[in-house]
Design a protein around this ligand. Structure first.
Ligand code: ADP
Ligand code: MG
Length: 333
């Protein structure tokens, strides 16, 4: 059984960047306004996240790494109506099957923080022979999740990974996306032992964070788009290039119902749209956040689903393109 769980976990958490995406979404679900990620060896030695969210109560600590023991979906029928990021309470469980997990957490009404260690879905002693109970410790309100030796027991997974530097880049890419999408939350990403952050955002507007990440020259050439489509029941919030934009490589950041996703169909539509407006060899910047009825989109079903699927895709993409075209036309009148 342990081996089966491990293989299943390796399917869900394929690389450190997948794990950090799930952990960031948990921190956001907990109402955090500040999130710090610390990494060693591309996340394989250490992958740590510290947030200032509402924390986990001591009573809940034994459950958080149990499969499907999510606090976010009580009933299976709720799956289609899920409003938060959580997909099915599989993230922490999966991670605990393929790494050593330690959680330190404090809620506002607890006198102290509590620390617990996990393996294969359950709480375990910090050291052999000890008790597996959570231990009192010092700490602020919020949660720190420390993942060590990711995939230590799944050599195949480890072999499939790229060099540490490349895995780290993927982590920073995930952090960047979530920082732009959650501009009221400050994010920091750094390597263990390093004084300087490789990524840092401070709270502001979406455009403020884009400026922090891509620089003022890029931010200046962007336009904001908000649109509510009553007929197709979806909302657009976007920050995209205007027609003068001149980037060497396309930046495409897509969120559907607040989860970072890929859609080659939407990406292609943007490339086609901008090929008309931009100079030759110039590429667009597109941050697009779509919100639609949860039952119309298959985004939370499985974390490894690379391509998002949603209802009325062609019509939604057409409406998105029309909205952007309208704005571009106005900007360049
Ligand atoms: P899900 O997000 O689908 O509920 P996870 O495995 O990602 O499942 O998390 C399990 C549970 O652990 C969450 O439902 C939540 O109660 C708790 N949890 C995880 N991370 C945090 C965090 N950073 N702050 C507060 N609670 C958390
Ligand atoms: Mg989750």
């Amino acid at each position: 059984e342990a081996v089966v769980n491990r293989i299943a976990a390796g399917e869900i958490i394929q690389r450190p960047a997948n794990a950090i995406k799930e952990l960031i979404e948990n921190s956001l679900d907990a109402g955090s306004t500040s999130i710090t990620i610390t990494v060693k060896d591309g996340g394989l030695k250490v992958l740590q996240i510290q947030d200032n969210g509402h924390g986990i109560s001591k009573e809940d600590l034994p459950l958080v790494c149990e499969r499907f023991a999510t606090s976010k979906i009580r009933e299976f029928e709720d799956l289609s109506n899920i409003g938060t990021y959580g997909f099915r309470g599989e993230a922490l469980a999966s991670i605990s099957h393929v790494s050593h997990v330690a959680i330190t957490t404090k809620t506002a009404d607890s006198a102290c923080a509590w620390k617990a260690h996990y393996s294969d879905g359950v709480m375990v002693p910090a050291k052999a022979g000890g008790s597996s109970d959570a231990k009192p410790t010092a700490g602020n309100v919020g949660t720190q999740i420390l993942i060590e030796d990711l995939f230590f027991n799944v050599p195949i997974r480890k072999k499939a990974l790229k060099a540490a530097a490349e895995e780290y880049n993927r982590i920073v890419d995930v952090v960047t996306r979530y920082a732009i999408h959650n501009s009221s939350v400050s994010f920091t990403c750094k390597k263990v032992g390093s004084n300087s952050a490789d990524f840092r955002s401070t709270q502001g507007s979406t455009r403020d964070v884009i400026r922090q990440v891509y620089g003022p020259a890029v931010a200046k050439e962007l336009i904001d788009i908000t649109h509510h489509n009553d007929e197709l029941e979806f909302k657009i919030n976007a920050v995209v290039s205007n027609a003068n934009y001149n980037m060497k490589k396309m930046v495409f950041l897509l969120f559907i119902n607040h989860r970072a996703v890929d859609s080659s169909n939407i990406k292609r539509a943007m490339e086609n749209l901008y090929s008309v407006y931009l100079p030759k060899n110039a590429h667009a910047f597109c941050y697009i956040s779509l919100e639609m009825k949860p039952q119309n989109v298959d985004v939370n079903v499985h974390p490894t689903k690379k391509e998002v699927m949603f209802l009325n895709e062609e019509k939604v993409i057409e409406a998105l393109c029309d909205t952007i075209k309208d704005k571009l036309a106005n900007v360049n009148d």
